[in-house]
Ligand binder design. Structure first.
Ligand code: FAD
Length: 524
């Protein structure tokens, strides 16, 4: 499978956590932690990684106070721990206060957007709202001081520099500079507000933000810098004579393990469907994605039941897997309870069925869904393929859903997929986009064939939207599909423009996503 890595220990400033280190790191730590639980198959997480790396580098000097970390929930060895932390969607941002005694899943960390600056400001807000019990000892006061405090600082000689940043109430510059200097000795940084204009005039402060400096020898005055920006203030103060970086003994980074897994490329044929992709996807869906929900009831349980019914009736794979899905469906249908712990399903799939010789792979092996990098393609690719096979099976086997309560409805499969995506798919933004498309036009589907074409069209729209995105695998560029080499008759030229022949596309989809096109190469 090749564990995917968006962040590299020692290369990026991001603290890379895993199942072995996350508890140790976040429990009873002397620093607070901001952890991004991500999934390396989630395109938004891939797109966001440069911002997270830049943020971690930007606040590297705050490490004694707060640390920026990441944990990959798609890595098999982290599945359990992401369940324990109750992570349902990716990315999820959690803040862990310093000195937490009991296990906590952290505080949800949400800002108006995920821009670097917004996240940095929100970190400061969190730090400032700590009770003393949870304040990281290395964190200086971030509250403003009063004019009277400044006067007494000026009048009493110190053996170190004192810097006071004057700024408006809404400015974060002062607090950022305070945090930037936490690892430096012979200097203390404070902030003050611009409320007392008479006092500001007395000190000669005519614009904000500006920095007033009291030298160890008692002299004092405004400092002169090129631009009133955080980076200018911080670097000026760090470069003062006698100001030095403390040899701070940060704890060892908890995870030293190197990514030594070699990527083995499996040759495959793009015109085929691979059992290994569908089964690996099913494994992930049943054992990881759904398993992030500790218990299910109400509409969630109904969504799961309908989805399992649809895959039990329409999954075109190998007999034992179809048997497994059928047993699961029957078990769910006969459930006397209106709430079930998900562990009961895991027990059924992992233990009870295994005893009767029915076994779904518990390893991921992508073939047609391999990415040229481990973080590309994989699960979402297999999910699309699963969805297409379901719509195709429903149109080629019109009686397959008889007796399930879903028969006779041409939209049954699409609506079930839609509810699954909305309720369970870990990529929240993907789900929202899909929901928008569904709202707009799913109602127009009147036959099972139209359902096949609807999903094909929408998938192409998604491809179009994602072309050029960071999550695009350069070896598998996002282009209108099927390409002319796969289906020459699907393409026509109308007035010089490449156009679809939808009748031919439908025939192609029905062939491509049928059980007859499934091959078991690489499937064990
Ligand atoms: P995929 O798009 O995953 O396609 C898998 C395979 O399906 C292709 O290799 C090809 O064989 C076949 N295929 C391609 N196009 C079609 C078509 N039109 N009809 C039938 N078969 C086709 N990622 C984001 O970053 N943002 C999103 O908003 C987003 N929304 C998503 C919504 C859903 C419902 C799903 C399942 C995934 C979504 N993703 C999103 C993930 C994204 O669509 C891709 O799955 C991912 O980028 C991997 O791409 P891929 O190259 O493997 O091809």
């Amino acid at each position: 499978a090749g564990a995917a890595r968006l962040y590299r220990e020692g290369v990026d400033a991001v603290w890379v956590l895993d199942s072995g280190s996350v508890r140790r790191a976040t429990a009873n730590s002397s620093a607070a932690w901001l952890v991004q639980f991500y999934s390396s198959w989630c395109g938004h997480c891939i797109g966001y990684a440069p911002t997270w790396r830049a943020l971690a580098a930007d606040v590297r000097d705050w490490a004694a106070v707060v640390r920026v970390a990441a944990l990959d929930c798609a890595d098999e060895k982290n599945h359990e721990v992401c369940r324990a932390y109750d992570i349902h969607f990716y990315p999820t941002f959690r803040y862990f206060k310093a000195f937490t005694k009991d296990f906590t899943t952290g505080d949800n960390f949400k800002g108006p957007d995920r821009e670097l600056q917004t996240v940095r400001h929100t970190m400061i807000d969190f730090l400032q709202n700590h009770t003393t019990e949870h304040r990281p000892p290395a964190c200086p006061s971030l509250d403003p001081i009063q004019p009277s405090d400044i006067l007494s600082l000026i009048n009493n000689r110190n053996d170190h520099y004192m810097a006071v940043l004057f700024e408006s109430n809404s400015s974060y510059v002062g607090r950022e500079v305070i945090l930037d200097l936490t690892q430096f000795e012979n200097i203390v940084v404070k902030r003050a507000l611009n409320t007392d204009t008479a006092f500001l005039e007395k000190l000669g402060v005519s614009s904000i933000p500006s920095c007033y400096l009291i030298y160890p020898n008692g002299s004092h005055g405004l400092i002169n810098i090129g631009k009133p920006l955080r980076s200018f203030f911080s670097s000026y103060l760090k470069l003062l004579p006698e100001v030095r970086k403390k040899s701070l003994s940060l704890p060892e980074k908890p995870n030293k393990e190197e990514n030594s897994e070699a990527i083995i490329w499996r040759e495959f044929d793009r015109s085929k469907l691979y059992i290994s992709d569908l089964e690996s996807g099913l494994h992930y869906l049943l054992r990881v994605e759904l398993a992030t929900h500790k218990s299910l009831s109400g509409t969630k349980l109904k969504t799961l039941k309908d989805f399992v019914t649809v895959i039990a009736k329409l999954f075109p794979g190998r007999p034992p897997i179809r048997k497994l899905l059928e047993m699961l469906q029957e078990w769910l249908a006969n459930l006397p309870l209106d709430r079930i712990p998900y562990n009961a399903i895991l027990d059924l799939v992992n233990n009870k069925m295994r005893i009767s010789g029915i076994f779904l792979t518990n390893h991921i092996k992508w073939v047609g869904c391999q990415g040229s990098q481990p973080e590309l393609r994989g699960y979402t690719c297999s999910l699309w393929k699963l969805f297409h096979t379901l719509t195709v099976e429903a149109s080629t086997h019109p009686k397959a859903l008889d007796g399930t309560g879903l028969e006779g409805d041409p939209q049954a499969v699409l609506q079930t997929i839609r509810r699954y995506i909305h309720t369970f798919f870990g990529c929240k933004e993907c789900g929202e986009h899909f929901e928008e498309m569904a709202k707009e036009s799913m109602d127009s589907v009147k036959t099972p064939d139209q359902a096949v074409l609807w999903l094909w069209k929408k998938h192409n729209l998604v491809n179009h939207r994602l072309a050029g995105h960071l999550s695009e695998d350069p070896r598998f560029p996002k282009v209108p599909w099927p390409t002319p080499d796969l289906c020459p008759s699907c393409h026509e030229e109308i007035k010089g423009l490449d156009s679809w022949n939808e009748g031919q596309v439908l025939l192609f989809l029905k062939r491509h996503y049928s059980g007859d096109n499934l091959v078991d190469t690489y499937a064990v």
